[in-house]
Structures are given as C-alpha cells and as structure tokens.
Design a protein around this ligand. Structure first.
Ligand code: F6P
Length: 560
C-alpha cells in the first residue's frame, strides 16, 4: 500500500501495468473483439444505461491490474473520505461534497461534524418557492409585468454546467412544455459582444438577471453584472434592481454590497467546487426558472442515483471507477494524451465544453497532493463535438492520424423523433447508425489486403488503409430525460475524481488559473493610467510593451 507521501508510480501495481503494456501492444483490437467472453465481461448495465468498454485496448488481465492499482492508490479509502466530508481538498482546507447537493432529504452527510443536507434542502425549497413565483407571474418587475426571460451571468463552473443541462433539456418534451414562453440565456464572456448578444431582443421590464458567482469577485462576472445593472437602472430606475436582480453565491456579504437584497440571494457553500456546482443553486436556480423545479428535481435524482452507485458498488461493476481507471490506463500507460467526447445527440452539444472544465481544471496538475513533482503527466486534453458533425470535421485525424480514445454517447430514444414516409430508417436510426459504426471503424480499421480484394489501385492503398486498434467506449442511455442528464453528469464528475485519486493529486483546487489573473490586473492598471493620464506602458517585456502601445495608439475608449 502506498504511504501518503509516496507517489503512485512507485507502487508495484503501477510497475506491473508498465510491464503489461508490452503484452497489450502485441494485441490488436480486431483480435480482442473476437473474444466474446472478454467482451461480455466488459459490458455493464445500470438502470438501463449500458456501458461497453470492450473496445478499450485492454485485456481481462489489464482490468485486474488496474483494480490492483486502485488498491495501491487507496481508492476506496479516498472515495469514503470524500463522502465523509473530510477536507480532501487540502490546499484549500475544504471538504468536497457536491454529492450532498443531490442527496435525498433524509440523508445525513456531514461537513465539519454538521449534517449539511437540511441546509441544502432549505435552499432548494427557497428556489422552488421563488421560481414558482416568477413562473406564475405572482412576482412582477418594476413596471408590474411578469418576468419571462432570464439572463444568468457567470463564468467557468458558474456557467458551463448550467449551460450544458439547459441545452440538454431544451428539446426534452416534458421540459420544453414547461419552458413555453420563457427564455434562458447565459452571459459569461467579458467581451462586450456577449452582453450585446444577451440583451438583444430582451426588454428589461420582463427580464430577471441572476448573478452567479461562488466568490462574487470574479472580474468578468462582476463587470458583466454591473453592466446589466446599468441596463436595468437606465431603463427602469435604481429601485428596479430589487425586482430584477438576484444572486447565487457563497459570499452573501458581497452580494449585499453589490446592491442585491440578501433575501433574493441563494446560498451555496465552500465545500462545493465551482466546476462541481451545477447541482447547487448555481444550476438549480436558472434551470428551475426556465423549466420548473419538478423537472430539475429529476435531474438531481439522476445524479444522486450515480452517487449511490459510485459509493456502494464493487469496483469491478462500478461505472465511474472503471471509466476512471481506463482513462488512467490510456493516459499514463498507453501514452494517449487526449480524449474525444462524442455524443450522438445534438442536445448534448455543450457536454464536452463542460467536461473540459471538470476534467482539465481538476486533473491538469504537476505535483502530487503532497506537493511532490510528478514524474508522469496527469489529466487529458478533452475536446468534442456531437456526432455526426464531428465526423465531417476532425474524425479524419482520429481514424488515420493520432490515436485519441473516444467516448461515444448515444440514446435509445430520441427526444424529437422524426420518420419520413419512404425513408429507409428514421432520422434517429440514421444518427445511431453512425454511433454504432464509428467505434468498429476505429477498432478494426481496414487492411491493405482487404483493399486489394476490392481492387483498389496500388497507389491509393496506403491512403485508404486504416490501421485500426484505436480505442473507444460506448455509453448507451435509454433516453435523454432530466434524470439521465443528471446520471451522465455524475458519471463524469466521479470518473474525474477517480483519476485524480489514483494519480494522487488534488483534483479539487485550481491554482493554475491564478497567475494569468494577477498579470491581467497589472495590465488593467496600465490601461487605466494610459487612458486617463497618457502614461506610457511600463514594467512589461518588449513584446507586451509593443503590443500594448499598438493597442493604445489605434483604439479609443468606447462607451456602451
Ligand atoms: O477560472 C477559475 C474559476 O475560479 C473557476 O474554478 C470557477 O468555476 C470560475 O473561476 C468562476 O468563479 P466564481 O463562481 O467564483 O465566479
């Protein structure tokens, strides 16, 4: 067993896996896939959700060795410590309890000795009450009109998760019915173009602005909040803020200082990481305003079902654990630095951008949790697009260029089925034909011999050859309901945690985002003094000085 300061790469289990790579390199997925017994052992079902990881470059022996690695990394203990509310985010001295955000009312989950579930539910009840008032029109704006449109201001974890869930629910029939006549928009970027896009076509009289920020200090969010406050007060007068602006934050003192009535603030807690906050008021408030609390509650229940599965299922059948271990295998042993997230569902178009933050901000680290330099890389480069769009874009590289493990995500039922009389298949079947075909194309490839049999001309054979042996996994959901969206979210959240636990890093801090913020402060000060006093840029290197001079000389201040 690894001691707390030992690196996981020093364990025998890690070394065994290193040695095992040679064995796996002797195999080809074409052959691995012909072993039905192996494939059967690599399929898992949970509540109708089917995971098939038989197209990973892994044998039954690989899986045993990965489970040994889990033991050596004390994965089980680390998962328990998370659920028990221990301060596993040691560099920020915080618990990591996003699981409490979706726990049933009668659950007991403690942070610092206190059951946090009643607090969670008191905020959820407040959201339920507030969102019903807004949706029913019993809460009206400054001129007496109901508020039918919502702009949620926030960035990073205060934006990407809610946007992903909103996009996923938009075309779900039940959610769409509940959202009739309402709009939910997201303002994230400090680029004023994003403000213009958000307010375009909206009337301040009928708009509610939700300022979402864990810290309530994030530069982009606060300037955007001041910008929309100006938009509201210019049109409706200063007192309108009380009716048209609410907030979600852990920093209620700053919310009040900003001018938002504390009664209209929705709390969350420092044991919720920003990128893990979609199940807190961060996501639940805007989503409940749009879809109603009962739809959002189903999303929370879906996430909770995976929390329970993750906490109590033996590792050999535990979806997030197996996915996390396979990611470690791909990154640390097979040496694949990237991963493509490929949902065959347009409703999941914002899933990859959300998981980019969850995964890359969590696991892109250079030192162990004890501060030791890591002699191996952690994290992976995540990107993705919905199929089939991606097929007509970057799949060329995935099929014949670099090897990129792919996650294929599909649904049995479409949210919006279409079948045209006379067509060979329904539109969803057409989409899913690709979902089923692509993993095999990657795994099997196409050999020169096959091409010769097809009478392909000799000069084209190298170009038309597919090496195959490219790993993927398939996740088939019964449908994309609010419940399944919650499940999908929690699977990926826990998978990322598993990877971090095995690598022995802190997946819950994000010091890497700080330096750029500090340097931007220095530039902001310079821009201010140059604009107001004509001061020349000072204290920057040659490159930045030249760029700043060019920017200052050729731009003039613009007012909104
Ligand atoms: O980019 C860094 C970060 O701190 C993220 O971790 C976080 O999700 C985002 O900024 C927004 O932070 P806040 O919710 O405090 O505005």
């Amino acid at each position: 067993m690894a001691s707390s300061t030992a690196l996981v790469c020093e364990t025998q289990a890690w070394k065994d896996l290193k040695g095992h790579v040679e064995d796996v390199n002797k195999t080809h997925l074409r052959d691995l896939m012909s072993d039905a017994h192996r494939c059967e052992s690599m399929m898992l079902e949970f509540e109708g959700l089917l995971l098939d990881y038989s197209r990973q470059r892994a044998t039954v022996e690989t899986m045993d060795k990965l489970l040994n690695l889990a033991k050596a990394a004390q994965l089980s203990e680390k998962i328990s410590r998370m659920f028990n509310g221990e301060h596993i985010n040691s560099t920020e001295n915080r618990s990591v309890l996003h699981v409490a955000l979706r726990a049933p009312k009668d659950a007991v989950i403690k942070a610092d000795g206190k059951n946090v579930v009643p607090e969670v539910w008191s905020v959820l009840d407040k959201i339920k009450d507030f969102s019903e008032k807004i949706r029913s029109g019993s809460w009206v704006g400054a001129t007496g009109k109901p508020l039918k449109d919502v702009i949620a201001i926030g960035i990073g974890g205060s934006f990407l998760g809610p946007l992903f869930v909103h996009t996923a629910l938009q075309t779900d029939p039940e959610a769409a019915e509940c959202a009739k006549g309402r709009q939910l928009r997201f303002l994230a970027n400090i680029d004023p173009v994003d403000v213009a896009r958000n307010i375009n076509g909206l009337n301040p009289e009928t708009t509610l602005v939700v300022v979402v920020s864990k810290t309530f200090t994030t530069a982009e969010t606060m300037l955007n909040a001041r910008t929309l406050r100006e938009w509201i007060t210019t049109a409706l007068g200063a007192p309108a803020v009380a009716k048209h602006m609410v907030a979600v934050s852990t920093n209620l003192a700053l919310v009040e200082k900003f001018g938002i009535d504390p009664n209209n603030a929705f709390a969350f807690w420092d044991w919720v990481g920003g990128r893990y906050s979609v199940c807190s008021a961060v996501g639940v408030l805007p989503l409940s305003l749009q879809y109603g609390f009962s739809v959002v509650e189903k999303f929370l229940k879906g996430a909770s079902s995976i929390d329970q599965h993750f906490q109590s299922t033996p590792f050999e059948k535990n979806i997030p654990v197996l996915l996390g271990l396979l990611s470690v295998w791909n990154v640390s042993f097979l040496g694949y630095p990237a991963r493509a997230i490929l949902p065959y569902s347009q409703a999941l178009e914002k899933f990859a951008p959300h998981i980019q933050q969850v995964s890359m901000e969590s696991n892109g680290k250079g030192v162990s949790i004890d501060g030791l330099s890591l002699p191996f890389e952690t994290g992976e480069i995540d990107f993705g697009e919905p199929g089939t769009n991606g097929q007509h874009s970057f799949y060329q590289l995935i099929h014949q260029g670099r090897v990129i493990p792919c996650d294929f995500i599909g649904t049995v039922k479409s949210q919006q089925p279409v079948y045209l009389e006379g067509e060979v298949v329904s539109n969803h079947d057409e989409l899913m034909s690709n979902f089923f075909a692509q993993p095999d194309a990657l795994a099997y490839g196409k050999t020169p011999e096959q091409l010769q049999k097809e009478n392909v001309s000799e000069n084209l054979i190298p170009h038309k050859t597919f090496s195959g042996n490219r790993p993927s996994l398939s996740l088939l959901l019964p449908e994309l309901s609010a419940y399944n969206v919650g499940q999908l979210l929690a699977i990926y959240e826990h998978r990322v945690a598993v990877q971090g636990f095995v690598w022995g890093i802190n997946s819950f801090d994000q010091w890497g985002v700080e330096l750029g913020k500090v340097l931007a402060t220095q530039v902001r000060k310079q821009l201010h003094s140059s604009r107001t006093q004509g001061a020349a840029p000072e204290g920057f290197n040659y490159s930045t000085t030249t760029l700043l001079k060019r920017y200052l000389e050729t731009s003039s201040e613009q007012k909104m």
